[in-house]
Design a protein around this ligand. Structure first.
Ligand code: C5P
Length: 222
C-alpha cells in the first residue's frame, strides 16, 4: 500500500510528539519532530551568541550547522553537529526563546526545505505547527491536536516533575499561553488549522484514546 504523509499540528504541549511517535510506531513509519529542529537552532544561536532575531546571522548559521536525529532505546537523540542536545533543548531557556527564532523567515525557509526532503518518500509522521499548512500541504492525513491551556500546563508540570524539575504551575500556564500567542500571530506560517485538517481535542482523552482516534482517521483516508 502507499506510504502516507501524516501531519500533526497544534499548540505547545497538546501531546503531539507522544502521540505522533506511537502512531509512527504502529504504522512502521518514521517520526520527525520539527519542534526539536527549531529548538536545536535556538540552542546553537545561544551558544554562538547570535541575536535571536538577527535573520541574516541566523540564515548563515543554519546553513553551517547539521541537525541530526539518532534513534535510541528511550526515543530519539538530537544532535547539533557533534554535540548531543536532547536534554538541553527541553530546558525553559530554550522553550522561552524558540518562538523568537521560529519567527525568522530565513530559519523557517531552511528548516521547511529540510523537512520536505525528509518527508519526500512518505511513510512519515511529522509534528509541528505548520506541517499541514506549509511544509506538507498535500499530506493525505492532517490532524490538528488541541487541549485547554490548563490541561497542557498540567501535563508539562507532571513531565517536569518526573525529570526532577520543580516549576510553578501558574507560571507554566502563562508561558504556554505566551508561546501559543507568539506562534499564532507571527507573520510567517503561523500556527493555524489547515482547512482540510481534522481537529482532535485531547483535553479529556488518554494517550491511547487519542492514538486510536488518529488511527481511525488514517484508516478512513488510506
Ligand atoms: O513542538 P515544540 O513545542 O517542541 O516546538 C517548539 C517551538 O518551535 C514552537 O513553540 C514554535 O515556535 C516552533 N515551531 C514552529 N514550527 C514547527 C515546529 C515548531 O514554529 N513546525
Amino acid at each position: 500500500s502507499d506510504l502516507l504523509q501524516i501531519a500533526i499540528d497544534g499548540p505547545a504541549s497538546a501531546g503531539k510528539s507522544t502521540v505522533a511517535k506511537l502512531v509512527a510506531h504502529q504504522l512502521g513509519y518514521v517520526y520527525c519532530d520539527t519542534g526539536a529542529m527549531y529548538r536545536a537552532v535556538t540552542w546553537a544561536a545561544i551558544r554562538k551568541n547570535i541575536r535571536l532575531d538577527d535573520n541574516s546571522a541566523l540564515e548563515k548559521m543554519v546553513a553551517e550547522i547539521k541537525i541530526s536525529f539518532k534513534p535510541s532505546a528511550d526515543g530519539q537523540r538530537v544532535y547539533v553537529d557533534q554535540d548531543e542536545v536532547t536534554a538541553d533543548i527541553r530546558l525553559p531557556k530554550i522553550a522561552n526563546n524558540v518562538s523568537t527564532v521560529a519567527a525568522q523567515l530565513s530559519v523557517r525557509e531552511a528548516l521547511t526545505k529540510r523537512q520536505q526532503e525528509i518527508a519526500f518518500r512518505g511513510g512519515i509522521v511529522m509534528d509541528g505547527r505548520d506541517i499541514g499548512t506549509t511544509v506538507l500541504p498535500d499530506a493525505q492525513v492532517k490532524i490538528f491536536l488541541v487541549a485547554s491551556v490548563k490541561e497542557r500546563a498540567l501535563r508539562r508540570f507532571k513531565e517536569n516533575q518526573a525529570k526532577g524539575l520543580e516549576m510553578n504551575l501558574e507560571q507554566l500556564e502563562q508561558e504556554i499561553a505566551e508561546r501559543d500567542h507568539k506562534d499564532s500571530t507571527r507573520a510567517v506560517s503561523p500556527l493555524i488549522q489547515a482547512s482540510d485538517a481534522v481537529k482532535v481535542d485531547t483535553t479529556m482523552l488518554s494517550i491511547d484514546q487519542v492514538v486510536a482516534k488518529i488511527m481511525e482517521i488514517i484508516q478512513k483516508k488510506a
